[in-house]
Design a protein around this ligand. Structure first.
Ligand code: ARG
Length: 457
């Protein structure tokens, strides 16, 4: 279709390639949210007398058709179109003629893309929050299963103190829980409608921004029309920062697993289905997935940095630079989504070798416990510490099971607080389910289709 801004010349082809780049491909992910937002906009236009009832009905029908086509992976967007907004208006105009030409009244692609992205990010933040919460639940299940399986605790990577597989796994569950919470908090910031801000300065039409925000299930309007446009990229960066922390934790977990599945350690092992082989060394069973989890984590981090670098020096109002924040948004979010899923798969397949873990609990692991036994018998800590430090050979091994149960302070091996952890995570996952159900209901009220998702991951 001709460009929305097409007049009496056509764009130089090299300039077209440069300006559009791969944006038209990335825009496939925004088609559904753009259609949903367009229905809300069309309803707003009928409210102020720009469209009549029949026109609104036919636009809604056309936009719902596009949603179905996109769900079937059958809504083409070409480089000549530039973006999904053009392809969608093109479809409506080809089908409805004059009526299709009215849909863009009172909006700009600037607030249009902002609104589509906002709907998309709002949903993604909750989907990722849920997925991360589900992974935290799996880690808590694992922790419960191996709650009292001893494991050497390490600092500086050296043998340090008695610990347990339960403690190790629950530490990651709590870390991911906190990170998922950040997404939940961010979803409040994302939950404001930029629609009606137009090119950055509003329009001289009495658009009811509260009405359209309400149609899309936003709790509020993003008030200032200039800020509504200036927040492009900023909210993406905030979302990617949340992703970055999740990815960072996944990377550290991957590193632990690489180490603990080394045959020299043998604490855990991964099933062959989750490992790859070597083209030359027939004995190899490589943890490529874990290694790539580490490197993908830095991909996510670079996406967050890239978006911030792009927007850092921009003047107020829409600038085309914003378009280039879309790729890091899509790459960073998708990578994080995959990371959480692949780590969950690894955890499901992880085998625990209790014999190796117990064998690794060498006598020096108990040195501090012996010092504290002396303290309990009346000695002072510093002298007891020195005494044991000078006679490390005297430290005998202890029963590792008894040792980990003897730690009873909250959060230690004998008192992990798993029930509380489970409760908090469950509340979070249930909360996400409720929010996602409310989005699905909002979407159904807009397009008449059930179980629509804006995010196609
Ligand atoms: N593809 C563009 C973007 O993502 C759509 C908005 C174009 N707006 C404009 N004023 N050229 O930013």
């Amino acid at each position: 279709m001709a460009k929305l801004w097409q007049k009496d010349y056509s764009l130089d082809s090299l300039m077209e390639e440069f300006t559009v780049s791969n944006d038209y491909i990335l825009d496939q992910e925004l088609v559904i949210s753009d259609c949903l937002a367009s229905i809300a906009h069309a309803r707003g236009l009928m409210d102020i007398g720009i469209l009549d009832e029949d026109e609104l009905a036919s636009l809604e029908q056309g936009l719902s058709e596009i949603i179905v086509l996109r769900q079937e992976d059958n809504f083409p967007i070409t480089r000549q179109d530039e973006d999904c907004h053009t392809a969608i208006e093109g479809y409506l105009t080809a089908k409805l003629g004059e009526t299709g030409k009215k849909i863009h009244t009172g909006r700009s692609r600037n607030d249009q893309v902002q609104t589509a992205l906002r709907l998309w990010m709002r949903e993604f933040s909750i989907r990722l929050c849920r997925e991360t919460g589900v992974f935290a639940q799996a880690l808590l299940d694992f922790s419960k299963k191996y709650e009292f399986v001893p494991m050497p605790g390490r600092t500086h990577m050296q043998i340090a103190m008695p610990s347990s597989v339960g403690l190790w796994a629950a530490s990651y569950a709590e870390e991911f829980y906190d990170e998922a919470q950040r997404l939940m908090q961010l979803s409040w910031t994302l939950d404001q409608s930029p629609l009606g801000s137009a090119a950055s300065y509003g329009v001289p039409l009495p658009l009811d921004r509260t009405f359209t925000a309400d149609q899309m299930g936003f709790t509020r309007v993003q008030n200032n029309v200039l800020y509504a446009n200036n927040s492009r990229g900023k909210f993406e960066a905030m979302l990617l920062d949340c992703c970055d922390y999740i990815a960072l934790t996944a990377s550290k977990l991957a590193q632990d697993l690489i180490l603990f599945t080394l045959p020299e350690f043998g604490y855990f092992s991964l099933p062959v289905q989750l490992c790859t082989g070597s083209s030359i060394m027939p004995q190899k069973k490589n943890p490529d997935g874990l290694e790539l989890a580490r490197s993908r984590s830095s991909v996510v981090s670079s996406c967050a940095t890239r978006v911030k670098s792009i927007i850092r020096s921009l003047p107020s109002g829409y600038n085309r630079d914003f378009q280039d924040t879309k790729e890091p948004l899509m790459v960073g979010t998708k990578t994080t989504w995959q990371l959480v899923q692949i780590m969950q798969r690894m955890l499901e397949g992880l085998e625990v070798h209790q014999d190796k873990l117990i064998a690794a609990c060498v006598p020096e692991l108990y040195a501090t416990d012996v010092v504290l036994q002396k303290v309990l018998a009346g000695g002072n800590f510093r002298d007891s510490y020195k005494d044991i430090g000078l006679h490390l050979d005297s430290v005998q091994g202890m029963d590792p099971f008894e040792t980990i149960k003897s730690r009873t302070s909250l959060g230690t091996t004998g008192n992990l607080g798993l029930d509380e952890d489970e409760l908090f995570v469950r509340l979070m996952v249930d909360g996400c389910d409720d929010i996602l159900a409310s989005y699905a209901e909002t979407y159904e009220n807009l397009c008449g289709l059930e179980a629509v998702q804006a995010v196609l991951y």
